[in-house]
Write a protein that binds this ligand. Structure first.
Ligand code: MG
Length: 110
């Protein structure tokens, strides 16, 4: 991991976010891989707004110890990124932009 297209190194913040996203997804794999594809688009959009609200509340919460702020804020950002990914993936499947059951399409082709 670390490269998102030929010869281009992803910056550390992008790599960190991607790692946190994948860790969270793997914690939920017992619910079924790519289980979000069973959700309705409207539900996922509402979930995305909920996650944005959680990040906002976290940044407004002055009671979080400074030693924990980075971990909490990054995790909330990863939650948003994961649901945004689910919205994009589900939408593309629903409209037939790519097929389910196949390997993820080449990012450049999406
Ligand atoms: Mg959250």
């Amino acid at each position: 991991m670390g490269e998102y297209s030929e010869g281009v190194e992803a910056r550390w913040q992008v790599r960190k976010l991607a790692s946190l996203m994948e860790e969270q997804l793997q914690r939920n794999d017992h619910k079924g891989k790519e289980g979000w594809r069973d959700e309705r688009g409207a539900w996922l959009m509402a979930k995305l707004i909920e996650e944005v609200h959680e990040l906002f509340q976290t940044t407004e919460n002055e009671s979080i110890p400074l030693s924990q702020v980075a971990a909490v804020v990054w995790q909330e950002a990863a939650d948003i990124a994961n649901v945004a990914m689910m919205v994009a993936d589900t939408y593309c499947v629903d409209v037939g932009a790519y097929e389910t059951g196949k390997e993820a399409p080449d990012a450049e082709a999406v």
